[in-house]
Each structure stands twice: as C-alpha cells, then as structure tokens.
Ligand binder design. Structure first.
Ligand SMILES: NC(=O)c1ccc[n+]([C@@H]2O[C@H](COP(=O)([O-])OP(=O)(O)OC[C@H]3O[C@@H](n4cnc5c(N)ncnc54)[C@H](O)[C@@H]3O)[C@@H](O)[C@H]2O)c1
Length: 255
C-alpha cells in the first residue's frame, strides 16, 4: 500500500511505539489521527508531529468510544491504515501468592481486557470502516497489531500479559483470513524490549539487565525501529497473517 496521502489511525499514539509509528507515517505523507487516553500527552504529540496530525481521546476498550476518532480520520479520506499500539504492562502477579492465596482474578481480567479485548475492539471497528473503502491497488486497508515476545516466552509474573499477547498473535492469522474477503491485510509485531515509557518505570539496573540480555544489538530497541517495521508491514502488499518478532534475537528467560 502506498502510504502517501492515506488516512491512518494510530492507537497509543501519545507515547512510545505508537508515537514513533505516527511520526514515521506522517513523514511518509499519511494524515494521522492519534488515539490515546484522556489525560495522555496525545495533544502535545500531535502538535510535535505536526502537519495534519490530530489527537482524539478515547479508551480502546470502549465499544462506542472509537467512533469519533474514526470519524475524524475519515475527514481526511478513507481510513486505510491502522497501527494499534495502545496497551498496558503486565501486573507482575504470581498465580499463588507467598501467603498461599490464589492470584487476583480482577487483575488478570483487566490486563486481558485492555490488551486482548481492546485489540479486538479496535480491529473490528477500524476494519468495518475499511470494508467500505474503494479498492486501490488490490486492497482496502492494512492493519498492524502489537503483541510482545511474552506471547512466546512469557516470564514468571506475566501470566495475564502473556495470555493476552498470545491472544493477539493467535487472532492475527484468523483476522487475515477473515478480512481477506474485504481485501484487508492484518499483521502483528511482537516487540522485545523497547526504550519507551513502559520500560522507563523499571529501575535502571533492571533496564540495563534487559538490554544486556539482547544478543545483538546489545541494547533496548528504539521506537523508531518499531515504526520502520510497522511501515514495512503496511507497504508490503504480500505480507499478511504474520507475527514478526522484533527483538534483536532475545529469548526471555523464566524470570
Ligand atoms: N516497550 C516494550 O518493550 C514493549 C515490549 C513488548 C510489547 N510492547 C507493547 O507495545 C505496545 C506499546 O507500548 P509502549 O512501550 O509504546 O508503551 P507506552 O506506555 O509508551 O504507550 C502505550 C500507550 O497506550 C495508551 N493506552 C493504554 N491503555 C489505553 C486504553 N485503554 N485506551 C487508549 N490508550 C491506552 C497509554 O496511555 C500509552 O500512551 C503495548 O501494547 C505494549 O504491550 C511494548
């Protein structure tokens, strides 16, 4: 798909991987709408990215909440690109606590609600809009979802996060098959350890340890490198139904 001139929606666009993706899409000529939570730095991000970039506050888990953002995106022309990055980190809970109590079910459900149900919500709403587009160069739309290497090598304390991200990986091929009849492609990026706000919450020594665990290059990923792959997945019309690990060959240990 040619990115120049298309309308694109980027969730989690106020920060990290979403913000970098929005920036690169805008540099490539897309008109981008950022979606993020009210109270996020979305407005400031849209201003910094510049051009036609707009911010619309929404919660990705709200069934009706994304409507206004999709409407704003379609003011620029048909929505053809979705890069879905909004998500939350793991709750770091053990299945059985030190006091022999079972892990918190509400916490598990919340991580799954935001990272998995939220992904399906964004996918279904954006794809429904895309299904009305004219076909250009054989397609109506291209979707990039975000999983994590935790989908494959989840660490102790990541039960909810790993389950949710494995769900995103699992839905990728099905969604690509399902949406093939609408000429919409769906791919997923499974990032390793990236230098974003999500990891900034960790202590410096833990961040250094994570970076040291990456075989090559021995550092955290740059959000711009995620954006490069997101753009490649959108541009390459033969890439479909794939989850691509972007991780410097890291394989996470049990803890
Ligand atoms: N940074 C990493 O190392 C890493 C690794 C693997 C996977 N990921 C995944 O990449 C995605 C982006 O993470 P990031 O590192 O850029 O984190 P980030 O915290 O910088 O950005 C995530 C954004 O999502 C937004 N968000 C959270 N819940 C939302 C909701 N309900 N509705 C709307 N917006 C919401 C946040 O406000 C935030 O701006 C997440 O899905 C994360 O799980 C990140």
């Amino acid at each position: 798909m040619r990115i120049d001139g298309v309308s694109a929606l980027v969730t989690g666009g106020a920060s990290g991987l979403g913000r970098a993706s929005a920036q690169l899409l805008a540099e490539r000529g897309a008109r981008v709408v950022l979606v993020d939570l009210p109270g996020s730095a979305g407005e400031e991000a849209a201003e910094k990215i510049g051009g036609d970039t707009r911010f619309v506050a929404a919660d990705i888990t709200d069934p009706a909440g994304l409507g206004p953002a999709l409407d704003v995106a379609e003011e620029h022309g048909p929505l053809r690109v979705l890069v879905h990055c909004a998500g939350r980190n793991s709750d770091r809970l053990r299945i059985v606590t030190r006091d022999h109590e079972p892990g918190d079910l509400g916490s598990f459900a919340d991580v799954v609600r935001i990272n998995l149900v939220g992904t399906y919500n964004v996918l279904r709403l954006a794809a429904a809009r895309m299904s009305r587009n004219e076909i250009v160069d054989g397609e109506r739309g291209a979707v990039v979802l975000t999983a994590s290497v935790a989908a494959f090598d989840g660490q102790i304390g990541q039960t909810s996060y790993a389950a949710a991200k494995a769900g995103v990986h699992g839905m990728t091929l099905v969604a690509a098959r399902d949406l093939a009849s609408w000429n919409i492609r769906v791919n997923t990026i499974a990032p390793g350890v990236f230098d974003t706000a999500m990891l900034a919450k960790l202590r410096d020594d833990l961040r250094d340890k994570l970076a040291a665990g990456v075989p090559h290059p021995r550092r955290l990923g740059d959000p711009g490198e995620f954006a490069q792959l997101a753009v490649a997945l959108v541009e390459n019309g033969y890439l479909n139904g794939e989850t691509v690990r972007l991780d410097g060959a890291i394989r996470m240990p049990p803890r």
